[in-house]
Design a protein around this ligand. Structure first.
Ligand code: EPU
Length: 433
């Protein structure tokens, strides 16, 4: 089993370049099968969740050319089934976008219920409600989402509560429905906008993405396109917080600073300096952070994915902080691991963490149980005194490209080693001691 070994205590310094946004790429790659013409997508992150989705596309019969580390070409003219039921489908969350994409193009889809990080119950009722409203019949049978329609007809759909996944999924299907669809209380996240922009580049007619009302005029055909995915706001936020937590000075390049505003605001609030440039942010921290209260919210509020990183940063703060998770009910699992490193955090009613800042964390053997919680444990290792081992790195590799290399380039003493490779562990310790 692979694990990260980290010797903490070194401030991160230097520059890091951010990869394409995983959660936008998942929607865009699914959308690419909605045309029979070739689509070229650039700035695709080289991470396992994306590789898995590309494998699913191939299982459906699409041709996928990986023409560079970050560039792919997809041609879906030879898709020979609308059923995807493999282990790959179940491994990731984003495979559910194939329901919207296949339903839009072929009026039918049978897709295994998706997997993804275990951060809560993650129902898909809002997706189903949207597909229903477009005139399709949707059933869950034998672990598959089965959707079919005579034809899809545009409709007015109001989401009781906003959902990124449901907004993107219904937008995919509606872009090829007959007539106009209006999505109200739609999610406003940057990846909703990126998927809409991609669909528009293929000939769709979608207006209002990024606001809470999205208007879609269905078209009968989509065409090929070339498109570059936006930078990953969560990866950028992770490096911003790691720079702050290590009391370092890092220039984070290839970002859209507007997407990072909620993180920047919190860093400024706890006394960290953030400079904004056109497509970069620089984070400079000299002292222990101050305390803060944070509540996760839909965009443009403080993103739930950044909550584990924020909680971890605040574990070192000078005071008491309260972090409230309002999106997913099970996103404090990493806290048990963090307390092994000396953090003083009490989780009450499963969604509120009361954090009493401590002066230092100390290295320990900890285990990642989801993507962002795992990244937070790596950050804790970088902040801590002594050696930390983070097990189950496969969770982290789902969403972070070259994580250990990017951290190493910033000066972190960190390596990925096989847990049985005692020689490699010894070599690492000799090198960093
Ligand atoms: N929800 C429902 N019913 C639905 C859909 C959602 O009750 O039909 C609930 C969820 O359980 C949750 C809330 O609504 O409580 C918001 O869920 P949303 O649909 O917005 O999230 P998602 O599409 O499942 C995406 C990202 C997550 C990210 C959230 C919030 C992907 C593949 N996943 O999930 O990313 O945390 O939006 O921004 O895009 C990650 O990257 O690590 C990750 C978990």
């Amino acid at each position: 089993m692979e694990q990260y070994i980290i010797k903490g205590g070194r401030p991160l310094r230097g520059e890091v370049s951010i990869s394409g946004y995983k959660n936008a790429a998942l929607g865009i790659i699914a959308a690419a099968i909605m045309t029979d013409e070739t689509v070229k997508i650039e700035n695709v992150p080289d991470i396992s969740d994306i590789e898995i989705l590309l494998n699913v596309l191939e299982e459906l019969g699409a041709k996928v050319d990986r023409i560079g580390k970050h560039t792919i070409r997809i041609n879906a003219s030879r898709i020979n089934t609308t059923k995807a039921d493999s282990d790959n489908v179940r491994k990731i969350r984003g495979s559910y976008y194939l329901v919207g994409a296949l339903l839009g193009k072929y009026n039918k889809a049978q897709i295994a219920l998706p997997g993804g990080c275990n951060i809560g119950s993650r129902p898909i009722d809002r997706h189903i409600k949207g597909f229903d409203a477009l005139g399709s019949e949707v059933k869950i049978e034998h672990g598959l989402i089965c959707a079919k329609a005579e034809k899809l007809i545009g409709a007015s759909i109001y989401f009781d509560e906003s959902s990124v996944g449901a907004t993107i999924n219904v937008m995919l299907a509606a872009s090829m429905a007959e007539g106009q669809t209006t999505l109200e209380n739609a999610a406003k996240e940057p990846h909703v906008v990126d998927v809409a922009n991609f669909l528009n580049s293929m000939g769709a007619n979608i207006k209002g993405a990024g606001t809470d009302v999205i208007r879609i005029k269905g078209v009968s055909k989509l065409h090929g396109s070339e498109y570059s995915i936006i930078p990953d706001q969560i990866e950028a936020g992770t490096f911003m917080f790691a720079a702050a937590a290590s009391m370092g000075d890092v220039l984070i390049k290839n970002v859209i600073p507007k997407h990072l505003e909620a993180f920047t605001a919190k860093l400024l609030e706890v006394g960290v300096n953030v400079e904004e440039y056109d497509d970069a942010v620089r984070v400079i921290a000299g002292n222990r952070p101050g305390s803060a209260h944070v509540k996760t919210l839909a965009y443009p509020g403080f993103l739930t994915d950044m909550q584990p990183l924020m909680t971890t940063l605040l574990s070192l703060s000078n005071g008491t902080s309260i972090v409230t998770e309002s999106i997913f009910e099970n996103r404090f699992k990493f806290v048990d691991e963090l307390t092994k490193m000396g953090a003083s955090i009490k989780v009450v009613e499963s969604n509120t963490a009361i954090i009493t800042g401590v002066e230092r964390l100390t290295g320990a053997i900890v285990s990642a149980s989801d993507l962002r919680g795992g990244a937070a444990l790596v950050m804790a290792g970088i902040m801590a005194e002594g050696y930390t081992i983070v097990e189950n790195v496969e969770f982290i590799e789902r969403g972070y490209e070259d994580f250990e290399n990017k951290m190493q380039k910033l000066g972190a003493a960190m390596a990925k080693v096989d847990s049985n490779d005692l020689k490699a562990i010894k070599k690492f310790k000799l090198k960093v001691s």
